[in-house]
Ligand binder design. Structure first.
Ligand code: FE2
Length: 193
């Protein structure tokens, strides 16, 4: 090795190795004792899981019916308020679609199977299908009725989630209660014209 290289090596040896991690940072946290301890929030018993997911499946079925109703009314509404209602029903069904997806995926989180066929929805839901050939006023009355029924299912779902210590479901459902209340208010206000 030439003298110049030797000098360079000597300089490098004296400099701190910046690639070395500080002592207080673990290489991985896979040995984290807290994570290995008995799971708290992921540890529902099979009975609790059944209770939560059965409740969510009924909520899902009702929302699926409601969502399809909104689509039907979006397509079929007629009359002087066509432009307003056509758009409003679309906004509401888009929101319902997102919520249906959230409920189904919450059920999957618990390892259970969400209802997914029309027949399953119809069997489990309290909401019923209606004709799309209704007056605009009747459509709104039907939707107001949906929202009152959905509010009850949402409220029941919050109670179940709280009882089972399931804050994820509780948060998801509570968020939707406000949306249902808002839609109910707005459609009621529309009818009061
Ligand atoms: Fe459309």
């Amino acid at each position: 090795m030439c003298e110049r290289m030797k000098t360079k090596e000597a300089i490098l040896e004296t400099q701190p190795d910046t690639r070395k991690e500080p002592d207080n940072i673990a290489r991985t946290q896979l040995d984290n004792r807290m994570a290995k301890a008995k799971p708290l929030k992921f540890g529902w018993t099979s009975e609790q899981t059944e209770t939560i997911t059965n409740t969510l499946n009924v909520l899902l079925a009702n929302y699926a019916l409601h969502q399809q109703r909104l689509r039907s009314y979006h397509w079929n509404v007629k009359g002087r308020d066509f432009f307003d209602l056509h758009l409003e029903f679309k906004n509401q069904y888009k929101e319902a679609t997102v919520y249906v997806d959230a409920i189904a995926e919450r059920i999957r989180f618990f390892g259970k199977v969400p209802f997914s066929t029309m027949q399953e929805f119809l069997n489990a839901a309290s909401l019923q299908e209606t004709s799309g050939q209704l007056t605009a006023e009747l459509m709104i009355r039907e939707l107001l009725s949906d929202y009152r029924i959905l509010a009850q299912f949402l409220s029941d779902a919050v109670d179940i989630a709280v009882e089972q210590g399931d804050s994820g479901t509780e948060e998801m459902v509570k968020k939707n209660i406000r949306s249902v209340e808002k839609h109910h208010w707005m459609l009621s206000a529309f009818m009061a014209q």
